[in-house]
Design a protein around this ligand. Structure first.
Ligand SMILES: Nc1ncnc2c1ncn2[C@@H]1O[C@H](COP(=O)(O)OP(=O)(O)OP(=O)(O)O)[C@@H](O)[C@H]1O
Length: 311
């Protein structure tokens, strides 16, 4: 449904997107994760035909973005990372206006608008002015707006950005509900955890390059198998590192300042054995505590396993 082949965008010396290769099947919700400046907006706006690629190709619903931009535009709903507020339109007028721009049949418009307002939980706001809605509501309205012409593909650029935790949760459940519609969705965020319950697959973009792609289900299985443990103490240098890596359940050890952070794949009993062995080997340990596993670190590790870089 969405295919890119070495898709690249340069802005002068900046390589905003570098040889991006994506293959997103019909009905898949794909999360594109990256820090600010990683290239998410540039990648999505090339798919949305708003930015011309410097090289490479991108196809949406079989149409190439530079050769058939009109056909691409008809088949997508695009939510940019920022949008204007419409002062003098009510919620329902706003949806009707966009549907008319897309040439949606009049008899379809009202029914679809009502259905979508239910879906994004704004049915009781249908007569409110758009600029009186909270930011979270406006962003949910944008999702409904993207769906008014019933496109096969949705391209959503940071739909949760700038939202408070409650609005983020509401947006998350709206996005999860898109699965029932069978749409193919590409959605960007800088917080991987945001997408864990929503996306089927996730790709990590780092300085314009896609460094990892994995199925979310596999990631979740791994996250329950691994625990993150922080260890602190005196003189925990190279000898300590060797002692850690001698334990078959230590998947990864990273020095912190001070101490170490390890990714541990053993049972609680094995974890206790590790602590007692370290103490009996003479290491002065002042802290040995578990903390929530950083899903991003796990993801990169999983990607490295898939590529055969680590085991
Ligand atoms: N129009 C432009 N002209 C010049 N450089 C640009 C332009 N748009 C983006 N860039 C640069 O390209 C890189 C990728 O930017 P992009 O906006 O795609 O990243 P992003 O992942 O969407 O980040 P953010 O979440 O901050 O929007 C950045 O270094 C940015 O400064």
């Amino acid at each position: 449904m969405i295919l890119t082949q070495n898709l690249t965008k340069r802005y002068g010396k900046t390589l905003a997107v570098n040889n991006l290769n994506l293959n997103i099947e019909r009905g898949v919700i794909f999360g594109l994760v990256g820090e600010n400046g990683a290239g998410k907006t540039t990648a999505l706006s090339m798919l949305a035909t708003l930015t011309l690629p410097s090289s490479g190709r991108a196809y949406v619903c079989g149409h190439e973005v530079t050769r058939e931009p009109q056909a691409v535009r008809r088949s997508i709903g695009y939510m940019p990372d920022s949008f204007g507020v419409y002062d003098d339109l009510t919620v329902i007028e706003y949806l009707r206006f966009f549907a008319q721009c897309y040439g949606v049949e009049r008899r379809v418009i009202s029914r679809r608008a009502e259905e979508l307002l239910e879906r994004v939980r704004l049915a009781d706001k249908r007569e409110d002015y758009v600029n009186h809605l909270s930011r979270g509501m406006q962003q949910r309205l944008e999702v409904a707006r993207c769906l008014m012409h019933d496109p096969d593909v949705l391209i959503l650029d940071e739909p949760s950005s700038g939202l408070d935790p409650k609005s983020r949760l509401e947006m998350r459940s709206v996005l999860a509900g898109l699965r029932d519609l069978g749409k193919t969705v590409i959605v960007s965020t800088h917080i991987l955890n945001e997408l864990a319950e929503v996306a089927d697959e996730v790709g990590i973009l780092l300085r314009g390059e896609l460094v990892a792609v994995a199925a979310v289900q596999v990631m979740v299985q791994h996250s329950s198998a691994y625990r993150t443990i922080v260890i602190d103490g005196r003189d925990l240098g190279d000898r300590f590192m060797k002692a850690l890596m001698g334990d078959p359940h230590v998947a990864e050890a990273r020095p912190l300042a001070p101490g170490w952070e390890i990714l541990y794949a053993g049972t609680l009993a094995q974890q206790a054995e590790l602590l007692s062995r370290l103490v009996s080997e003479g290491f002065a340990i002042t802290q040995f505590r578990e903390q929530p596993t950083d899903i991003e670190q796990l993801f990169l590790r999983l990607a490295a396993i898939q590529e055969g870089v680590v085991t």
